[in-house]
Write a protein that binds this ligand. Structure first.
Ligand code: CS2
Ligand code: MG
Length: 408
């Protein structure tokens, strides 16, 4: 048996997704997620123009060998485009293997280590009242953990705050589907550092100590600013502070660590285990934030998470809406199987997306389960996908108040 066809499907049910379909000579179909927000067509081309012909005729069961063939064989290793393409192939092959075995994927990864996967929701609001309403709404739905982002007085629309206003269920999508260039936002770290600790203090007063509170710095602070922030928010017992500093600089995390006990998470823009080498071996972080979709798939993520486990570091797999339901399913199977699971990000997809991707996840009082269908448990409806044409979209660019380009 071998791989008979490889197809790339680009669809845009409210936002863009790139999905890989691998079909075996026996007619078994596997799905992989290759979505890279704002740069989708680069990965689609990598797959269809470069990898598809290399895959035809290969034994679909040789997952590790195929991974190494694509990774080492490219010579030009790593990078988000390459690793998203490899991830899609890897997910599709695991989907096929698990379907052939007649088992949900988590069984092939060692079986369930827990009954369900604790997830966190995105609560945001332009002011405290809107934020508190969102938190209340999520608690009513059973969530035990929320990521908290809020407006900063003096700044306009900023990262992570839903422009749609408060709502229990909303689709926060930062990539704008209009025009030929990104929207621009404004930032001032000084105003942010002065504002945020008070917000966490009010959340603790209003919601008590049980709620797990997460926060995303989205790479905006310098190492010393991040150290101050992590120290200032210690009394409010964050579950994690994410992406405090730009991801390229692993040693920046040393400085934050030296000053604070606030748990640290990083890695959504990373794409291989090497991006974590210093962070993990020096225990500079507490949670690994990679997406299965952007880090070479299930094969690579399992190795990364096993490496992290040796140092007592846990998972916090990236799961925004730009990870398709296929990529989300891959995350949930890993989350259920590994021992060093921490938490899973969960932003529900919109209805149109869920018409295109039929999922079998279940949500129960703050926990997700990937379901027990053979494979990943997600099927793409090609006819439904065909109704949504690709629409160019960009993530915003950020500028300081004086116009200097800053990290977004
Ligand atoms: C984010 C993402 O989920 C997160 O923590 O930081 O929403 C990120 O901004 C998007 O994935 C970018 O495409
Ligand atoms: Mg993030």
């Amino acid at each position: 048996m071998s791989i008979a066809s490889v197809d790339v499907i680009v669809t845009s049910p409210g936002r863009n997704f790139v999905t890989l379909k691998i079909t075996t000579s026996d007619g078994v179909v596997g799905w992989g997620d290759a979505t890279l927000n704002g740069r989708e067509l680069s990965v689609a081309s990598y797959l269809s123009d470069h990898l598809a012909s290399m895959l035809i005729g290969r034994d679909e069961d040789r997952i590790e060998d195929t991974w190494q063939y694509l990774y080492r064989g490219a010579y030009w290793r790593r990078g988000p485009v390459t690793m998203a393409a490899i991830a899609a192939v890897d997910m599709a092959l695991w989907d096929i293997k698990a379907k052939k075995a007649g088992m949900p994927l988590y069984q092939l990864l060692g079986g369930a280590s827990r009954d369900g996967v604790r997830v966190y929701a995105h609560a945001s609001g332009t002011d405290f009242e809107a934020l508190a309403n969102a938190i209340t709404g999520y608690r009513e739905l059973g969530f035990t953990a929320v990521r908290v982002q809020t407006g900063v007085p003096g700044l306009g629309q900023i990262y992570g705050v839903s422009a749609a206003g408060p709502g229990v269920r909303y689709d926060y999508e930062p990539a704008k589907r209009s025009g030929d260039r990104p929207a621009e936002e404004t930032w001032d770290t000084r105003q942010y550092l002065n504002h945020m600790p008070g917000v966490f203090s009010k959340i603790r007063e209003e919601f008590g100590t049980d709620l797990r509170i997460l926060h995303d710095g989205h790479h905006r602070m310098s190492p010393i600013e991040a150290a101050r922030f992590a120290k200032d928010v210690e009394p409010y017992d964050l579950f994690w502070l994410e992406d405090a500093t730009p991801g390229e600089d692993q040693t920046a995390l040393r400085l934050i660590r030296q000053h604070s006990t606030t748990p640290l998470a990083i890695g959504e823009v990373f794409n291989t285990v090497y991006d974590y080498q210093t962070l993990i071996t020096e225990r500079l972080i507490d949670y690994v934030r990679s997406a299965v979709t952007h880090t070479g798939g299930i094969t690579a993520m399992k190795k990364l998470l096993d490496f992290a486990a040796i140092y007592g570091i846990r998972s916090g797999i990236h799961g925004p809406t730009d990870i398709s339901p296929v990529g989300m399913a891959a995350a949930l199977h890993l989350d259920l199987a590994i021992h060093n699971f921490g938490i899973q990000e969960y932003m529900p997809h919109n209805e149109q997306t869920l018409e295109v991707f039929q999922t079998s996840f279940t949500f129960d009082r703050g926990f997700l389960h990937p379901g027990d269908q053979p494979g990943l448990g997600v099927e793409l409806d090609e006819e439904a996908a065909g109704a949504f044409d690709y629409t160019k979209a960009y993530l915003p660019v950020n500028r300081l108040l004086d116009g200097t380009v800053h990290d977004w």
